[in-house]
Design a protein around this ligand. Structure first.
Ligand code: NAD
Ligand code: UDP
Length: 313
């Protein structure tokens, strides 16, 4: 079986939250893993425990610059800041990563005749008018706002992937990842799960943006990693949603975090950021049918594991 063959696997953004988990599981499966990262938002501490493996290599590199190598079987293209605070910090750089960087990685895949998977996002649906979001929904994205550098960058990346597939017959995979959380999330990246947990653990004020009625559906990192690898090993090109359909409001999330941390934190309501999607929930019927994949870790269990991580951070 193809899954059992040992491969040379390049993971861009491998020192980040998702990338570090993917590096670990693929290294421990015996594959040769090359982690390519410019350390913009990732950290060497995330991959510190992998240095001991002979089949793990770290290369500091920015994918906006071409990267040459001729021994690659598979590429997971994860490089891109993911939290709104990070991707809006240098929006032009975010767009370059999603376009020039993606062209560089597609070119590398073409030269190596390698499979390449793109970490796309639920953000390509924007502030969705249909609910839950299915892969055939084209989205509702503002081209002009603060989130656009990421949303439109990721949309353009999907287009580039499809055109390389049509023009060069490249073996591509597009995965639309919904909000994911777990250990190795950066402390200060401003995402809601890390913010709420750290605020609750320190008995500080919990910041809800807007009135807290907006919803998200959070998936635990281990479920996502299993889905990414299944997708890479499948015959499908996607796009495919990977997420946990367990939807809840930010008010309910804050209450759950306060309960699980036994915190005395109080809530403060702050201004809702521009273009903040009101609802988000993946339709995962496609992933269920073509990958036989579904999330197995419920929110409470996953939050507890994440709280344990941040307690010892
Ligand atoms: P992260 O910020 O923790 O990781 C991104 C990694 O990419 C970092 O290590 C960063 O240093 C690296 N990077 C950024 N720009 C780079 C460049 N130009 N060249 C080389 N490396 C670069 O974010 P994450 O949550 O691990 O997200 C990983 C991928 O998954 C991203 O592409 C993101 O868009 C996608 N995604 C994540 C989520 C989520 O909920 N975490 C949801 C949807 C999509
Ligand atoms: N959010 C919040 N308080 C925070 C951080 C975020 O209420 O301290 C809200 C944010 O406005 C959004 C939701 O939580 O409605 C999820 O935000 P996150 O940045 O984690 O992900 P995204 O908006 O990209 O889905």
């Amino acid at each position: 079986m193809e899954e059992n063959k040992l491969k040379n696997i390049l993971i861009t953004g491998g020192a980040g939250f998702i990338g570090s988990h993917l590096c670990k599981i693929l290294v421990e499966s015996g594959h040769n893993v090359i982690c390519l990262d410019n350390l913009l938002t990732g950290s060497l501490s995330n991959i510190q425990n992998l240095k001991k493996y002979k089949n793990f290599e770290f290369v500091k590199h920015d994918i906006i610059e071409p990267y040459f190598r001729d021994d690659i079987d598979e590429i997971y293209n994860l490089a891109c800041p993911a939290s709104p605070v990070h991707y809006q910090y240098n929006p032009i750089k975010t767009i370059k990563t999603c376009t020039i960087g993606v062209i560089n990685m597609l070119g590398l895949a073409k030269k190596n005749n390698a499979k390449i998977l793109q970490a796309s996002t639920s953000e390509i649906y924007g502030d969705p008018e249909i609910h839950p979001q299915r892969e055939d929904y084209n989205g509702n994205v503002n081209t002009l706002g603060f989130r656009s550098c990421y949303d439109e960058g990721k949309r353009c990346a999907e287009t580039l992937f499809m055109d390389y597939n049509r023009e060069h017959n490249l073996n591509i995979k597009i995965v639309r990842i919904f909000n994911t959380y777990g250990p190795n999330m950066t402390k200060n990246d401003g995402r809601v799960v890390s913010n709420f947990i750290l605020q609750a653990l320190n008995n500080e004020i919990i910041t809800i943006y807007g009135d807290g009625s907006q919803t998200r559906s959070f998936q635990y990192i281990d479920d996502l990693i299993e889905g990414l690898i299944k997708m890479m090993n499948s015959d499908n090109i996607g796009p495919i949603n990977l997420g946990n359909p367990e939807e809840l409001s930010m008010t309910d999330l804050s209450a759950m975090v306060i309960r699980l941390t036994n915190s005395s934190s109080k809530i403060v309501y702050k201004k809702l950021p521009q273009d903040d999607p009101k609802r988000r929930q993946p339709d995962i019927n496609l992933a269920k049918s073509i990958l036989d994949w579904r999330p197995t870790i419920d929110l409470e269990t996953g939050l507890q594991k994440t709280i344990n991580y941040f307690t010892h951070y």
